[in-house]
Design a protein around this ligand. Structure first.
Ligand SMILES: O=P(O)(O)O[C@@H]1C[C@H](O)[C@@H](CO)O1
Length: 294
């Protein structure tokens, strides 16, 4: 076990992964991180092995409403999966390496494909509440400035410290997402765009929202970029989905949102996000080798 809270070593992560592999019979190649109000996806996992975060050595705890704080192993669409029913956020007091640490555990237990979901505010004027955005890239405000999820991990078994992390969101998976969304009749509500991550927990000012939109972001959220960066850095393929739970107010006379409202809206669309992810998982090749863009 690492002496300090500064970082976890490769061996510490191995210790967590050994614990999980001893506790469950599943050997998933697919992982899902459930966003605020989107944890219902883990509830439809069949023949579950559930492990609470508090029982896992050296694991952070979920403190945000709408995040249950447990790992759910089992079958989804006849594939072994692991779901994080509760993610970690920087605003809970966690450094970004810790927010993303479970992804390194996923890598060690054999995960090759990661689905990352979140609730986000719409910045693009053409978007509507309830839209589902396939993330094609992100801007990480904390990652660019105060913190970076790769900080502290200089063990090259996790990937080289300066490895490029371009093309974060897998082209083949995005194409599959568009196709499956079309087949499920979600077409009109499905977008593809750029997510910007801010620190939170407070929502931003009208001026900040306007700035973020001018920077090229279509949605604003408080998560996902750290997990995605680490996943890509250690060689896991990623599909990101943002559910637009509110439209970020661009003028000062528009009402601000709040977490309750976000959870409420997430509830109304959670099943569609769930169906999209399940159907995509069912269409992943069995050996999960790759999903080629056509
Ligand atoms: O875990 P996610 O990113 O889905 O949570 C969203 C963003 C903030 O944490 C929170 C805002 O209320 O919900």
């Amino acid at each position: 076990m690492a002496e300090s809270e500064e970082t976890l070593t490769y061996e510490d992560i191995q210790h967590i992964s050994d614990f999980l592999l001893k506790t469950t019979k599943y050997r998933p190649k697919v992982a899902v991180i459930c966003g605020s109000g989107l944890g219902g996806l883990a509830d439809v996992v069949q023949e579950q092995d559930v492990i609470d975060y508090r029982d896992i050595p050296n694991f952070p705890q979920s403190t945000v409403q709408g995040h249950r704080g447990r790992l759910v192993f089992g079958h989804l669409a006849e594939k072994s999966v692991i779901c994080m029913q509760g993610r970690f956020h920087q605003y809970e007091g966690y450094p970004l390496w810790k927010v993303a640490m479970p992804v390194r555990v996923f890598k060690m237990i054999g995960v090759e494909t990661l689905f990352v979901t979140n609730a986000a505010g719409g910045l693009n004027r053409n978007y509507n509440i309830g839209d589902i955005m396939i993330v094609k890239d992100h801007i990480s405000m904390p990652g660019m400035t105060t913190d970076n999820p790769l900080k502290g991990f200089y063990d090259e078994r996790f990937g080289k410290p300066s490895s490029p992390v371009t093309e974060l969101y897998d082209r083949g998976l995005r194409e599959l997402a568009r196709r499956v969304a079309g087949d499920l009749g979600l077409g009109e509500a499905v977008r593809e765009g750029v997510l910007v991550q801010v620190g939170g927990p407070s929502f931003d000012t009208v001026s900040v929202f306007n700035m973020l939109r001018r920077l090229g972001a279509d949605c604003v959220g408080m998560s996902s970029a750290p997990e995605v960066t680490v996943a890509r850095h250690c060689g896991i393929r990623v599909l990101g989905l943002s559910l637009v739970t509110d439209m970020a107010p661009m003028e000062s006379d528009l009402p601000p949102t709040n977490h309750q409202e976000i959870l409420q809206t997430a509830k109304t669309r959670a099943v569609d996000v769930q169906n999209l992810v399940c159907e995509m998982i069912s269409q992943l090749p069995n050996n999960n080798d790759s999903v080629q863009p056509s």
